[in-house]
Every structure is written in structure tokens, then in C-alpha cells.
Design a protein around this ligand. Structure first.
Ligand SMILES: [Zn+2]
Length: 697
């Protein structure tokens, strides 16, 4: 029994975005961004219960509409007047680690080849047809699943092809994704697929928080009783959705309203026309939701706030959200002259006008006022568009280069000591990032899809064949023929065909690329020299971080200076967080190199347990010096610590500069079994760099 949608407290934007999609699936889905513990998933999962039920052809596994069955339906063709039934709308969850077959369905190649039967088992795309496809942690979805999802979403069709045997079926679904941006950003192509985005945060008002807890307790203690308490609200909301759906075709988008839509999209400088389309559709859905048959300026405002924020972000370091002032200005500028009505005069109107069932006021657009306030009860707009989750911090001496991350470290920080005990020197701003060469882990891994090191993969180029371990997913035809050939006479072959048995089938072995864990160990000590040198070092690490983002790596950051090393950022998907830590990193003091390497050793040991298939790549950024208390053998300690890491692929980025060079970084590289390259050699215009395998293979 899921939590009732109407009992979700706060989350007004999220509920409204989901409801607009429920009214008009053409709006194109919702991406929900927010930290953990904000009940994003609870709210999404609650949606299915209030969606209108769906009529389907009886016995069709692909959810065909009796009024318009899919002509290509694998369970078809369905005759006109075939038996139909009504079932609740579905919400299907795609697990992040799902295999391709689970999503698109599986085609039994063995039966196709040996029996000539096209046996197809539908996947989640078929199950989600005419319903909701929900991906929690959508930002962690494997690349190839993302591609499949994008194709299906764009075409409204799922398509499976294996060695010339293909199946297609309709797959139109409402795509809803939730993500924690701290754990990494979403590919821009995928971002654009979502019609609307919502940023959620836990409510700040203690009274609201208390109500959240109260309802959670009540639901946990007696789920059925709690659901019964809210049943009337749920029914009323479902009726309002059905009512708005019925009204939707009658809603008029006047030329004047359309001009406002396009003016707003132009003002925010969004790419392409997709934004205009989505904004217009969302505005129409909002009008229908509010019980009106004409789109007003208020509808456009609400739609723009939900449809535009993610379309104007140019890179993962841009701040989310929409600037209300720009929005108001664009709306005012595009307002027809013959309509002198002030903008906020009708606030509260839409809500009151709607057939609102009471507490279900997802429709509370609050007249667009920055803080609404018109929302009755506990569901008040307690968080707004929340520009406060990310602080833009122009650093001293920062050149404000476009696209350069200037994000300050986030407040919460997961409990890591962010502030160094003593800051000998203020943080130096990094130099401009550049495109780096690809650093690779040698050998062939088996990690999650990515774009860094060679790996056995579900996609890629064919490098050989093997006996299948389970069912054949990618047939290796030459291997199969070669396996079958010696047995033809014994099997009594006659005629042109080859006699193929199940045992002959060979699976293709594919090689693609995996993502890695790139663990940076950055020397922030005084020995690293002048501010300009530290800016170059930070610029280089930042460049490697951007590269890691593109290659879908996990990243971690260890720094050492003064008396100790610090795990400044435990391995994470958030390159954004890593960039913030790096930018704010103070420098100066002694050089506890051994401590930095030991911390790396500990971190990698932990990660090996947590994510064993992800191979690490250690990037040590240092001049190779080691200092500490007088009399200690600091270099010797560093060498011994390096020995612990000798089985990890690594590279030492030598930051030594000046006319007299000690070459200490190179000897550290030798102790690590890692290749050493100078800072200046990191650029992509250098020859491709493969990290030397420390293990003599
Ligand atoms: Zn069908």
C-alpha cells in the first residue's frame, strides 16, 4: 500500500508537475532533483493511484488500447471489437542496475535459430506503455540504458534487434526520474527529454516538518487505516484529474499567450524549440487543471518555472533555478497592450476557481508570487524555487571565465572537515581548464559502462566468441558455424541448411569502455611554490575532473598539507562537489606525502569492498617532496607508503618547476609503479597516454 498522494506534505512544485503530466502526458515527464530524504520517491510512487484507469485489449501483454490497437503489436493483430478490460494505470520502476533485456524485453535467439520461433518476452518498456516509467537515481543509469530509454521516449516505440531478428511494439510512457545532484549530473540529452524539472528540498518550517513526521508515523503504524483516512481526498483528486483531461482539448492558447511563451523562452536563451513546445503544453495543462478554457499569463508563468530551468544550464557547474525577475520582465514585455491588467491581480483566482477537493491543492500556483502564501494549510509553499541550495561565490582574482566552476563548497558537506585548521594562505583560484589526454587503466576490466578504460561490455566491438554462460544475447555467427560444422555428417545433414544445435551457439565477446574511480591525491603544501603554480595545478586537476565527468567516472579527492592528509571528498559521482572542494582548497605548510598515500590506500581498500568491479586510477599531483618534523625520514616513509599502492594503476603528475630540478616525483612514480608526466604533458594535444601497468603481466 503506497502513501496517499494527497497526504504528501509540502512538495507543491513536485505535485503540480506530476499533476500537469497526469492531465496532459504530452508535457513530457518530470525530473525531480533534490537531496536524499526529501520524500521525492514517495511522492512519485503515490501518483499511480490517482491516475485514471486504462482500458486494454484482454490478453495483450503490450497494453494495447482497444480503441486503437498497435498494428505492430507482437500479441496482435487484434481484431476490432476484441474483448477489453480496464486496469489501474501502472507505475513501472526501472532499477538503475537493470540489464538491457529487462528494459527492452528479451528475444530467445536459441529458439529463433534452432526452432525458427520468434519468442519474445516483454520488458519494462512494454509494461510502462500508457503508464509511468519511473527511474530512481536516474543520473546513475548506465549509458546504454540511457540510450535505449532516449530512443524509446523519442519514438514512442521499443525496438529489439538480435542478429537480424527484430521485434517492435508501442511504448509511450510518462518518464519520471529522481536524482540527487550531489551524486553526479545527468547527460544533457537525457536532461532535455524531461518536460519539466523540479528542485525539492526538505521543508524548513518546523510546523511543516512536524506534520511530515506525524503523517509518516501514522502511515507506518497502520498503512490501511491511514490510506482509508485519505481515500476521499484521493478520489476527489482522481476525479479532478479526469475532469481536467476532459477539458484539455477545449483549452485555447491564444496568439497573445503563445507570444508570451516564446518571449519567455527567448529571454532565457534556451536551445531549440523544444522548450517553447513544452512550456506551451504545460501552460495548457495548467489552465485545464485550474478549470479554465483559456491560457492566461499565470499559466505561462507556472509552466515556464517548471519547463525552463534545466534547459538553460550549459554545464554541470551552472546554478539551477530560474530568475524570477527575468521571468516577470519577459512576461510584462510581451503582455498585449490592450490588456492593462496588472500581473498579480488574479492571484488566488485559479485555485479558488478550480474544483479543488480541499487538501489536494497541488494546483496552487499561488499566482506566481515569489512566495505565494495564498496556499492554505500545511501544504504551503515553504521552499519556493530555492536559489539558496547552491551558493555562487566569486573568488578573489577569479577571471569569471564562462563555464568555469566557481561554486563554493556546499554547506552540508557530509560531515567532512571542510575548513582546514589554519589557513596559511587563502585559496588560489584555478587556472582555466583545458582538454586533457585520456589516462587509462591498463588491461581489460569488467566495470560499469563508461568512456575510459577497455572492458568487457554489453556493447562495443566484437573481439571473439565464447560458449554462452546463460542465454545467448549476442550471437557470434562465425563461431557458431565453426562449432556446428564438424558435426554435420553425423547429424545427417541433407539439403542446403546447416544443422545447428543449442550446444553449437556461441556468444560474441564484446569490448567497450568502462568508467573508473579516479582518485586524486593532491599536494597542497607550501613546497608547491608560488600562487601562479598552484593555480596551474588546480587548473590541471579541474581539467581532469571535467574529463572524468565526460567519461562517467567516480571521483575522489585526497589532499595533504601541514600535518596531515584529508579525504576531502570520498568517492562520489559528483564532479561538481569535487570541483568545489578543489577550488576552495587552501595551500601552504609542510608536505606529509606519506600520509596522503596512506589515506589513498585506505580509501581504495574501502572502495574495493563497496564497488569491486570498478577499477581505480590513482592520480598523484605533487612535486615529490616530503617534509615533516625535523629528523624524520620523510622520503623513506613516502616510498614505503607508495609500495602499498604498487598494484594500483596510477600516474604521477610532476609539478616541480624552476631551473633546478630534483626529479623526486619521478622516483615516487617508480616506487608507485606509475608513469610520471609533467603538468604540461597533460593536455590532449600530447600523445595518448596509457598508464604503465605496474604488474608485469
Ligand atoms: Zn496488443
Amino acid at each position: 500500500m503506497s502513501f496517499p498522494f494527497t497526504a504528501v506534505v509540502g512538495m507543491d512544485d513536485l505535485r503540480l508537475a506530476l499533476l500537469l503530466n497526469a492531465v496532459s502526458p504530452a508535457v513530457g515527464g518530470v525530473l525531480v532533483r533534490g537531496e536524499k530524504g526529501t520524500a521525492k520517491s514517495t511522492s512519485v510512487r503515490a501518483l499511480a493511484a490517482v491516475l485514471p484507469p486504462v482500458g486494454v485489449v484482454a490478453g495483450c501483454r503490450f497494453g494495447c488500447d482497444p480503441a486503437a490497437p498497435d498494428p505492430a503489436c507482437p500479441d496482435g493483430p487484434h481484431e476490432a471489437g476484441a474483448a477489453a478490460r480496464t486496469r489501474p494505470a501502472r507505475l513501472v520502476e526501472l532499477p538503475v542496475g537493470a540489464a538491457e533485456d529487462r528494459l527492452v524485453g528479451s528475444l530467445d535467439l536459441e529458439r529463433a535459430l534452432t526452432e525458427g520461433v520468434k519468442a519474445y518476452e516483454p520488458g519494462l518498456l512494454a509494461a510502462a506503455h500508457r503508464g509511468v516509467l519511473y527511474v530512481d537515481e536516474v543520473n546513475l543509469l548506465h549509458d546504454h540504458l540511457v540510450d535505449l530509454l532516449l530512443d524509446a521516449a523519442a519514438l514512442g516505440t521499443a525496438y529489439v534487434e538480435r542478429e537480424g531478428v527484430s521485434v517492435r511494439h508501442a511504448a509511450r510512457f510518462l518518464l519520471v526520474g529522481t536524482m540527487n545532484p550531489e551524486e553526479g549530473e545527468l547527460r544533457p540529452q537525457l536532461l532535455d527529454r524531461f518536460g519539466l524539472t523540479v528542485e525539492v528540498a526538505a521543508p524548513r518550517d518546523p510546523a511543516v516538518r512536524a506534520e511530515v513526521v506525524r503523517r509518516r508515523f501514522a502511515s507506518d503504524a497502520d498503512p490501511a487505516g491511514f490510506a482509508a483516512e485519505w481515500a476521499a481526498e484521493e478520489t476527489a483528486l482522481a476525479a479532478r484529474i479526469a475532469d481536467a483531461r476532459a477539458r484539455l482539448p477545449r483549452v485555447v492558447l491564444s496568439d497573445a499567450a503563445l507570444r508570451q511563451v516564446t518571449a519567455v523562452c527567448a529571454a532565457f536563451d534556451v536551445d531549440g524549440l523544444r522548450a517553447d513546445l513544452v512550456t506551451a503544453r504545460a501552460a495548457i495543462a495548467h489552465a485545464a487543471w485550474c478549470g479554465r478554457e483559456e491560457v492566461t499569463e499565470d499559466d505561462v508563468r507556472v509552466a515556464a518555472r517548471l519547463a525552463l530551468p534545466h534547459r538553460r544550464r550549459r554545464n554541470p557547474f551552472d546554478a539551477p533555478g530560474l530568475d524570477d525577475e527575468t521571468l516577470d520582465q519577459a512576461l510584462a514585455d510581451s503582455r498585449p497592450d490592450d490588456d492593462p491588467e496588472p500581473p498579480d491581480d488574479d492571484s488566488g483566482g485559479p485555485d479558488g476557481g478550480g474544483p479543488d477537493g480541499g487538501g489536494t491543492d497541488g494546483g496552487g500556483p499561488d499566482g506566481g508570487g515569489p512566495d505565494g502564501g495564498g496556499n492554505p494549510g500545511i501544504g504551503g509553499n515553504t521552499y519556493g524555487s530555492d536559489p539558496g541550495t547552491q551558493v555562487k561565490d566569486p573568488l578573489p582574482g577569479d577571471g569569471e571565465v564562462a563555464g568555469e566552476p566557481t561554486t563554493a563548497p556546499r554547506g552540508e558537506g557530509g560531515g567532512h572537515a571542510d575548513a582546514a585548521p589554519a589557513r596559511e594562505q587563502a585559496a588560489v583560484a584555478p587556472a582555466d581548464p583545458f582538454r586533457t589526454r585520456r589516462l587509462e587503466v591498463p588491461g581489460i576490466g569488467a566495470g560499469a559502462a563508461g568512456r575510459r578504460s577497455r572492458a568487457r561490455a554489453e556493447r562495443g566491438r566484437v573481439v571473439g566468441s565464447t560458449r554462452p554462460e546463460g542465454t545467448v544475447t549476442k550471437l557470434h555467427l562465425p563461431g557458431t558455424v565453426l562449432a556446428a560444422a564438424p558435426h554435420q555428417r553425423a547429424r545427417g545433414r541433407r539439403g542446403p541448411g546447416l544443422v545447428v544445435e543449442r550446444d553449437d551457439l556461441r556468444q560474441a565477446v564484446l569490448e567497450g569502455r568502462e568508467g573508473n574511480l579516479v582518485l586524486f591525491v593532491v599536494d597542497a603544501s607550501g613546497s608547491m611554490g608560488a600562487r601562479s603554480r598552484m593555480a596551474a595545478v588546480k587548473g590541471a586537476v579541474l581539467s581532469l575532473l571535467l574529463d572524468a565527468y565526460q567519461r562517467r567516472d567516480k571521483v575522489g579527492l585526497i589532499t595533504f598539507r601541514g600535518d596531515a592528509a584529508e579525504l576531502a571528498l570520498p568517492p562520489t559521482w559528483s564532479v561538481e562537489a569535487a570541483a568545489a572542494r578543489l577550488t576552495g582548497l587552501p595551500t601552504g605548510g609542510r608536505t606529509p606525502l606519506a600520509a596522503g598515500l596512506l589515506e589513498a590506500h585506505r580509501t581504495l581498500a574501502r572502495e574495493r569492498v563497496r564497488d569491486p568491479r570498478r577499477r581505480p586510477l590513482l592520480v598523484v599531483v605533487t612535486d615529490g617532496r616530503a617534509t615533516g618534523a625535523r629528523g624524520g625520514d620523510h622520503l623513506g616513509e613516502a616510498r614505503r607508503a607508495a609500495g602499498l599502492l604498487a598494484d594500483v594503476a596510477g600516474v604521477v603528475v610532476d609539478c616541480e618547476s624552476g631551473p633546478v630540478r630534483l626529479g623526486l616525483a619521478a622516483s615516487l612514480g617508480a616506487a608507485l609503479g606509475a608513469r610520471t608526466m609533467r603538468l604540461e604533458e597533460l593536455g590532449a594535444d600530447q600523445l595518448a597516454g596509457v598508464v604503465r601497468d605496474s604488474r608485469a603481466a
